[in-house]
Write a protein that binds this ligand. Structure first.
Ligand SMILES: [Zn+2]
Ligand SMILES: [Zn+2]
Length: 295
C-alpha cells in the first residue's frame, strides 16, 4: 500500500517526475496491501517450480537429439512418469510447507524493514543487494548443509534430498519439510541484514530458486550464462555432491565454490575431475562410455 493517493502527491513527495517503472509500480501497488504484495512470492514460487524445469524435461526425453553429450551422468535416464512423480512430491510440499511458511513469515519482513513504497531502488542498488544476499546465503547454507551431512542430520532430514543421486530440475526443492524450514533461514538472512525493496525481495527469492533448478538440472550446458559468474559452482559441481550421496564430504556450497575451497571440502571433486580428464586423454573418446561426462 503506497503512502500516496495520486501520482501528483508522489511527484510532490519525490520532488521529481516518476520514472516509467515507478509509474507502473504506483498503478500496480497503490491500492494493494503490503501483505498481499508479499504473498506474490507464493505465486512466483509455484510458477518457477512448475515452468523453469519444463525445458529440462524435454531435454531428458529428447536426449537422442544431441543433448546426451551434456548429461553429467549419461548412464542415468528418467522416464516422464518418474519426473512427474518428483513434481507431484514437490507440489505437495509446496502446498503443505512452502506456501504456509510464506503466509506466516510476513511479520518478519515488516520487522526487518522491507519497503514497498516509492522511490524504487536503482538497478545498481538492486544488483548490489542481490550479490550480498547470494553471498550471505551461500556462506550460511554451506555450514547448515555441512551439519546436515552429520550422522543425525543426514539420517533424520537430509537423506530425503539425496534420494536423487542424479538430480533433475524438479528435484531442486525436493527435501524433508524440516530442511525446507531450516534452509529458509539463510535465504532470509541477507534481506534481514541489508533490507531492500519488495521487488528486490521477489527477485531474490525467484533467482535463488532458478539457480537451484539449474544446479540440479543434471546437464552441464556450455551456453549457460551463469558460466560467466566468478566462482560459480553450477550443475556439474552440485551433481557430484548428489552422485557421492550420504558419504559426501565434498561440494557443500549452494552457489559459489570458494567456501569449499577455503575449508578444503572440494578435494574429492577436484580429484574426480582430474581422473576424468586423464581418462579422456588416455581413451581419446568423448567419454560416452563412462559414468560421467568428462568435460
Ligand atoms: Zn547434501
Ligand atoms: Zn541438491
Amino acid at each position: 500500500m503506497l503512502q500516496f493517493n495520486t501520482i501528483e502527491e508522489a511527484t510532490t513527495f519525490l520532488g521529481r517526475n516518476l520514472t516509467r517503472a515507478e509509474t507502473w509500480w504506483f498503478n500496480y501497488s497503490a491500492k494493494k496491501s503490503d501483505y498481499y504484495l508479499y504473498c506474490h512470492n507464493i505465486l512466483f514460487l509455484f510458477l518457477i517450480f512448475t515452468l523453469v524445469p519444463l525445458p529440462l524435461v524435454f531435454v531428458e526425453l529428447m536426449r537422442s537429439l544431441g543433448f546426451n553429450k551434456y548429461k553429467i551422468q549419461p548412464k542415468v535416464s528418467l522416464a516422464s512418469s518418474e519426473m512427474f512423480k518428483c513434481y507431484k512430491d514437490v507440489m505437495r510440499m509446496f502446498v503443505l510447507v512452502v506456501g504456509p511458511l510464506q503466509l506466516v513469515s510476513y511479520p518478519s519482513t515488516k520487522m526487518i524493514g522491507i519497503r514497498t513504497g516509492l522511490p524504487l531502488p536503482s538497478v545498481w542498488e538492486m544488483l548490489s543487494q542481490l550479490v550480498v544476499y547470494f553471498m550471505i546465503e551461500d556462506y550460511t547454507n554451506y555450514w547448515i548443509h555441512r551439519f546436515l551431512h552429520g550422522k543425525w542430520g543426514y539420517e533424520k532430514i537430509h537423506r530425503v534430498h539425496h534420494e536423487y543421486t542424479a538430480p533433475i530440475g524438479f528435484a531442486a526443492p525436493y527435501a524433508h519439510w524440516l530442511e525446507i524450514l531450516i534452509l529458509g533461514i539463510p535465504s532470509f538472512l541477507g534481506p534481514a541484514i541489508v533490507p531492500g525493496h519488495m521487488i528486490t525481495f521477489w527477485l531474490w527469492i525467484a533467482l535463488r530458486q532458478i539457480e537451484a533448478i539449474e544446479t540440479h538440472s543434471g546437464y552441464d550446458f556450455p551456453w549457460t550464462p551463469t558460466r560467466f559468474i566468478p566462482f560459480y559452482g553450477g550443475a556439474d559441481y552440485h551433481d557430484y555432491h548428489h552422485y557421492v550421496g550420504g558419504q559426501s564430504q565434498s561440494n557443500f556450497a549452494s552457489v559459489f565454490t570458494y567456501c569449499d575451497y577455503i575449508y578444503g571440502t572440494d578435494k574429492g571433486y577436484r580429484y574426480h575431475k582430474k581422473v576424468l580428464r586423464k581418462l579422456k586423454e588416455e581413451s581419446g573418446t568423448n567419454g560416452a562410455t563412462q559414468e560421467f561426462k568428462s568435460e
